[in-house]
Design a protein around this ligand. Structure first.
Ligand code: SF4
Length: 331
């Protein structure tokens, strides 16, 4: 009796599944595509300090909110790819409406911006008709349109100091930045009870623990951190820095090691800018998952498809432009 091998049928891939097969590009391919597309689209890539290292590496400019706003306002590019979160892309649209502004992942929001609505500001203004509203730049376009001034952590003190005396002030939405501004200016203000989940989660124990591990390291503290006020009460002379202020301080300081008390992405920025010094994150969990949603692949896709695009209705844009321009003028 002869044996014949059974015929094993070849697996059949249904046509619909074939369509779903996706080739994962290599990093080199993505970088090549991005380099080609950014030229073809005449695009500029603006990245926040909290972006992934590989995204910071492809950016034309890396900075904090104020620096990115300035770049967005003056760019000659046709397309702005905003490697940041939604309110930042909106800010770019408000400042430069003739440009196509792309946010590579529309899920990239901000827990701090989400705490404040335009209606919340309108309600305060109804009770304080002579009052002035100062909002942190981490707000939606609608909230900016209801504000008198926008500020960053770098110029909040300066902006509040310049406001007329005896006028009610609402400072929103970050209660920790508000506490810092009140301490520095001595002004009484109504404070919106908002906070960023990342900075709020940084505990004083995280700071003391890293100080014990790195006794020669200098602290670089950002005013949004939840631990700032408690740390300041223990070390009254300690200075708070904006993101750009951190870079200037680290360059000028004689210290070789620094504990960075803010979102972990700042360690990448500082290490890139000042490679001969060592930067230690206060906590490896101080990480903004919204910021990390932007990837090389989503940047490539945004350039390829010119989507997702962020827009702001014109009636809101013109109102939001006024407080933003005041913020930029203050430096
Ligand atoms: S770190 Fe906080 S304030 Fe900054 S984008 Fe993320 S959630 Fe918003």
């Amino acid at each position: 009796m002869t044996h014949t091998n059974p015929i094993i049928p070849k697996p059949q891939i249904p046509h619909r599944d074939l369509l779903q097969l996706r080739v994962i590009p290599t990093k080199a391919e993505l970088l090549e595509d991005i380099a080609r597309l950014r030229k073809e689209r005449n695009a500029v890539i603006l990245a926040h300090n909290y972006q992934l290292p590989e995204v910071q590496a492809i950016a034309d400019y890396v900075g904090d909110s104020l620096g990115l706003s300035r770049q967005a306002a003056q760019t000659a590019a046709d397309v702005i790819v905003f490697a940041g979160v939604h309110f930042m892309a909106e800010t770019a649209v408000i400042l430069n409406p003739s440009k196509i502004v792309l946010l590579p992942d529309l899920r990239a929001g901000c827990s701090l911006a989400d705490t404040l609505t335009a209606q919340g500001v309108r309600d305060w203004k109804a009770k304080n008709p002579t009052g002035l509203v100062v909002t942190y730049v981490n707000t939606t376009a609608e909230v900016k349109a209801e504000s008198d001034y926008c500020c960053t952590s770098g110029n909040a003190v300066q902006i509040v100091q310049a406001l007329p005396e005896d006028v009610p002030i609402l400072f929103a939405p970050d209660r920790y930045l508000a506490a810092h501004v009140i301490r520095e200016t001595g002004r009484q203000m109504d404070v919106w009870d908002g906070a960023c989940h990342v900075h709020q989660a940084i505990r004083p124990e995280d700071v003391t623990c890293q100080q014990a591990a790195y006794p020669n390291a200098e602290l670089l503290i950002h005013p949004e951190c939840g631990c700032s006020s408690r740390i300041l009460s223990e070390f009254p002379d300690l200075k708070l820095y904006s993101t750009e202020g951190m870079i200037h301080r680290a360059q000028a300081s004689e210290a070789q090691e620094f504990i960075v008390v803010t979102e972990i992405g700042m360690v990448t920025r500082l290490s890139n800018d000042i490679p001969d010094k060592t930067f230690i994150p206060v906590s490896r969990t101080a990480c903004c998952e919204y910021m990390k949603m932007i990837t090389l692949e989503s940047v490539r896709d945004a350039l390829l498809n010119l989507q997702p695009r962020v827009t702001v209705p014109e009636e809101i844009r013109v109102c939001a432009l006024i407080p933003l321009e005041r913020m930029i003028a203050k430096g």
